[in-house]
Design a binder for this molecule. Structure first.
Ligand code: SF4
Length: 687
C-alpha cells in the first residue's frame, strides 16, 4: 500500500481527530491532520503528529504463543474454546471473564460483548473505561436516564464561560484545548475558569484558577446551586416542565459548607458571580472528577447546576464530559461495561434483555451485572476465574494496587492476552498470547467525546500472523458451537448488525441511534454524529430518557475530608503528561515524544520538600501501604502543600520502579465502581 492519503482517526485521546496517513510503501507513513474532520479541522497535537514514529515491526508479536512457544492460530483458538467450554461446564459462565480496553474498535467491542453476555452467559466483561469514564456514565444515567453527552465541541467555542473541572485539557485533550484557546483569542470576552488542586498548562489560559482541596468538588458545586437559588437564578419554567428532584438537591446543597474546599472567599465569590451571571456556560469535566470515590456525586453536582438553570442542550451551554480514550464512548455505546447492554440498552431492564437476546438469538443472555474491573481482578485473586482474556490493555501497570493485580493473575489457570507486544508487564504473565493488529493495520469505527463516529482505516499490511480482535473472538464463538451468530467475514458486517440493533433501541425510546448508517458504504463512511440525522444536542426541550421523560437533580453531600494518617501524610494525585499515552506501549517507541519529559517524576511543593530535605532533582521514594516507587523530585509550587503529583505512564518495561498505580489504593466509587486514582495516601523520603 502506498500513494494517496488514507483518511483515518487518531488512536489516542477522546477528541478523536481525523488523520491523513500517507504510506511510503516501505513500512513508513507521513501524518497530517485531516482538514475535513469536524473534530480537529486539520489540527493535530504532538502525539498525533508523531504517529508515524510509532508504526513499524520493532518488538511486535507476530505469531500466537502458548507458554512462550510459537503455536498456530488453530491450536491457540482450539485451546481457548476448549478451556472456556470446560469452565462453563464445571464452574459456570461466571468463571470466565474478559477485560478489554477503550483502544478496542467498536466492532471488536461488539463481538466481545456478544460472545460474553449472550453466548458464554455472564456479564463478566469490563474494560479500562472503568478507570476512565464510569462515574460520568453513572452520573449521566442518574440524571438523564441514559449515558448521553448533551453537547458538542462547538459549545466550548460558542460559550461565554468555560469551566474546566479536574481537566488538564492542554495536555490531555490538546486539540480541543487549541480550539478553545483560538476561540478565546478571537473573542477575549470568553472567560475560562480552571478548577484543579494543581496548576497545570491549562491554567495558563484561565481568567480564574480555583486550587480547591482534592475531592471537594461536590462542596463547590453545591455552593453554586445554593447561590443560584438564593439569587433567584433558577429557570422556573424549565424546572417545572422538565426536571424532578430540585428541592432535595437544594436541601443537600444548602447543608454543605464550602469552606471545605479551602478556596479563598474572594475566589469563590468571583466564580459564583461569573457562573450565575453568564448564561452561555459549559462545565467541562474529566478525570479529576471521575477518578474519585465520590466521582458520580461530583458529576451530578455539576449537572444539577445546569438543570436548575436550564442551561443544557443549547448552543454554548451544558455539562460536558471529555473522555480519556479514543473509543471509550464507542465502548459505552456498545455495552462494553459489565453493567450495560449494547446500544445503550440496560442490563437490568427485562424488556431490553429480551430485545437483545432475541436479536442475537442468544442461548443464555446474562441476567445480572458482572464484575467491575477492580472486583474482577479480586475474583481472580480468590481463585474464582478459570479463564481471563485481556485485550489491548495493561492492567498490571494501570489498575490500582497493581502488584496485587499481578498476583491475582497468577491464580488464574488460563490467562489469554491479545496485544501487539509480548513485552508488556501484563503480556509477560500470559499463558496464551495472541498477536493483535495495531493502528494503521486494523479497520473499524470509534466514537469521540461529542458522539461522533469515525472510521479507523488500514494503510499498512497485517504483520506476520497478527489478526483483528473481532476475528479471534468470533473464531472462539464458532468453536463454542455458535457458527451462525459469529459468521462475520468483515468489520462492515459487524457494524451493520450493530446499527440495526440501534434501530430497535431507538424504537424502545433510547438515545443511541446509528441506524441511518446501516446502508452506508462502510469504507467510505464520513464522520457522523449520533443521533444520525437528528439534532446535534440533547435536552434543550427536555425529553430525558427516564420513565416520565424528566431529568433528575440528585441530592449529593460532600464527604468529610479524611484525616491524614501520620505514616502517610501526603495526598497522591496521578495523571498524564503531554507526550505520553497510557502505559507508553506506543508512545514510548517515539524518541521525539520522549524528549518532552524523559523520566518519571514526583511534583512536590517547596514547603514540603524543604521540611523533608528533598532538593530539586533528588531521587525520592514515594511509599503507600501498597507499594513504593522511586522517582525524580520536581519541586514546584504547581502543587499545593501536602499534595504530590506523579504521572501514570511509566511501566516496568520503561522504568523498573515507577509503576505509580502499584501505590494507588483500590478504593472505588460506590455507584460507578471507578477507582479513586487521584486520592492515594503516601509518604515521601529522600532516597
Ligand atoms: Fe490524537 Fe487527541 Fe492529539 Fe487529537 S488531541 S491528535 S485525538 S491525541
Amino acid at each position: 500500500m502506498s500513494g494517496a492519503p488514507i483518511r483515518t482517526t487518531c488512536p489516542y485521546c477522546g477528541v478523536g481527530c481525523g488523520v491523513l496517513a500517507t504510506p511510503d510503501g516501505a513500512g513508513g507513513v507521513a501524518i497530517a491532520g485531516d482538514p475535513e474532520h469536524p473534530a480537529n479541522f486539520g489540527r493535530l497535537c504532538s502525539k498525533g503528529s508523531a504517529l508515524g514514529q510509532t508504526v513499524g515491526l520493532d518488538g511486535r508479536l507476530l505469531a500466537p504463543r502458548i507458554d512462550g512457544a510459537e503455536a498456530g492460530w488453530d491450536t491457540a483458538l482450539d485451546l481457548i474454546a476448549t478451556r472456556i467450554g470446560a469452565a462453563i461446564e464445571t464452574r459456570g459462565p461466571e468463571s470466565v471473564a474478559i477485560y478489554g480496553s477503550g483502544q478496542m474498535l467498536t466492532e471488536d467491542y461488539y463481538v466481545a460483548n456478544k460472545l460474553m453476555k449472550g453466548f458464554i452467559g455472564a456479564a463478566n466483561i469490563d474494560t479500562n473505561s472503568r478507570l476512565c469514564m464510569a462515574s460520568s456514565v453513572a452520573g449521566h444515567r442518574r440524571a438523564f436516564g441514559s449515558d448521553t453527552v448533551p453537547g458538542t465541541y462547538e459549545d466550548l467555542e460558542e460559550a461565554d464561560l468555560v469551566v474546566l473541572v479536574g481537566s488538564n485539557l492542554a495536555w490531555c485533550h490538546p486539540v480541543l484545548y487549541q480550539r478553545l484557546a483560538a476561540a478565546k483569542a478571537a473573542r477575549p470576552a470568553l472567560r475560562v475558569v480552571t478548577v484543579d488542586p494543581r496548576r497545570t498548562a491549562t491554567t495558563d489560559l484561565a481568567d480564574l484558577h480555583l486550587p480547591l482541596r482534592a475531592d471537594t468538588d461536590v462542596a463547590l458545586f453545591n455552593a453554586l446551586l445554593a447561590e443560584i437559588a438564593r439569587r433567584g437564578a433558577v429557570d422556573a419554567d424549565y424546572l417545572a416542565a422538565h426536571v424532578a428532584g430540585f428541592d432535595a438537591a437544594l436541601d443537600a446543597a444548602r447543608a454543605t459548607d464550602a469552606a471545605v474546599t479551602g478556596l479563598a472567599a474572594e475566589d469563590l465569590a468571583a466564580f459564583l458571580d461569573l457562573w450565575i451571571g453568564t448564561e452561555r456556560v459549559v462545565t467541562v469535566y474529566s478525570q479529576g472528577v471521575n477518578q474519585s470515590a465520590a466521582g458520580t456525586d461530583k458529576v451530578n453536582a455539576i449537572i444539577n447546576c445546569h438543570l436548575a438553570t436550564g442551561r443544557i442542550g443549547r448552543p454554548g451551554m451544558g455539562p460536558f464530559s471529555v473522555t480519556g480514550q479514543p473509543n471509550a464512548m464507542g465502548g459505552r455505546e456498545v455495552g462494553g461495561l459489565s453493567n450495560m447492554l449494547a446500544a445503550h440498552l440496560d442490563l437490568e431492564n427485562p424488556t431490553h434483555r429480551f430485545l437483545v437476546g432475541q436479536f442475537w438469538n442468544a442461548p443464555r443472555l446474562a441476567a445480572t451485572p458482572g464484575l467491575k474491573a477492580v472486583d474482577l481482578f479480586r475474583a481472580c485473586g480468590r481463585g474464582e476465574i478459570e479463564v481471563l482474556w485481556i485485550i489491548g490493555t495493561n492492567p498490571v501497570v494501570s489498575l490500582p494496587e497493581a502488584d496485587a493485580v499481578a498476583e491475582a493473575m497468577g491464580r488464574v489457570p488460563l490467562v489469554i492476552v491479545s496485544d501487539m507486544f509480548a513485552t508488556t508487564d501484563t503480556a509477560r504473565r500470559a499463558h496464551v498470547l495472541l498477536p493483535a493488529l495495531g493502528w494503521g493495520e486494523k479497520s473499524g469505527t470509534v466514537t469521540n467525546s461529542e458522539r461522533r463516529v469515525s472510521r479507523q482505516r488500514p494503510f499498512l499490511p497485517a504483520p506476520g500472523e497478527a489478526r483483528p480482535d473481532w476475528w479471534a473472538l468470533a473464531e472462539v464463538g464458532r468453536r463454542l458451537g455458535h457458527a451462525e451468530a459469529f459468521a462475520y467475514e468483515s468489520p462492515a458486517e459487524i457494524f451493520r448488525e450493530y446499527a440495526a440493533l440501534s434501530a430497535l433501541a431507538a424504537a424502545e425510546g433510547r438515545d443511541f441511534d446509528i441506524s441511518a448508517l446501516v446502508e452506508a458504504d462502510y469504507d467510505a463512511m464520513p464522520p457522523a454524529q449520533w443521533p444520525v440525522g437528528g439534532p446535534a444536542r440533547f435536552f434543550a426541550g427536555g425529553g430525558f430518557f427516564t420513565p416520565d421523560r424528566k431529568g433528575r437533580m440528585i441530592a449529593v453531600a460532600q464527604a468529610a475530608p479524611e484525616a491524614r494518617a501520620p505514616r502517610f501524610p501526603f495526598t497522591l494525585n496521578t495523571g498524564r503528561v503531554r507526550d505520553q499515552w497510557h502505559t507508553m506501549t506506543r508512545t514510548g517507541r517515539s524518541s521525539r515524544l520522549g524528549q518532552h519529559i524523559s523520566e518519571p517524576f514526583a511534583e512536590i511543593n517547596p514547603e514540603d520538600a524543604g521540611a523533608l530535605g528533598i532538593g530539586a532533582a533528588d531521587l525520592v521514594e514515594v511509599t503507600s501501604p501498597h507499594g513504593t516507587a522511586l522517582l525524580r523530585a520536581l519541586v514546584t509550587d504547581r502543587v499545593l502543600p501536602g499534595d504530590v503529583f506523579v504521572p501514570m505512564h511509566w511501566s516496568g518495561e520503561f522504568a523498573a520502579r515507577a509503576r505509580v498505580d502499584a501505590l494507588v489504593p483500590a478504593v472505588v466509587d460506590p455507584h460507578s465502581g471507578q477507582p479513586a486514582s487521584k486520592m492515594g495516601r503516601v509518604a515521601l523520603r529522600r532516597h
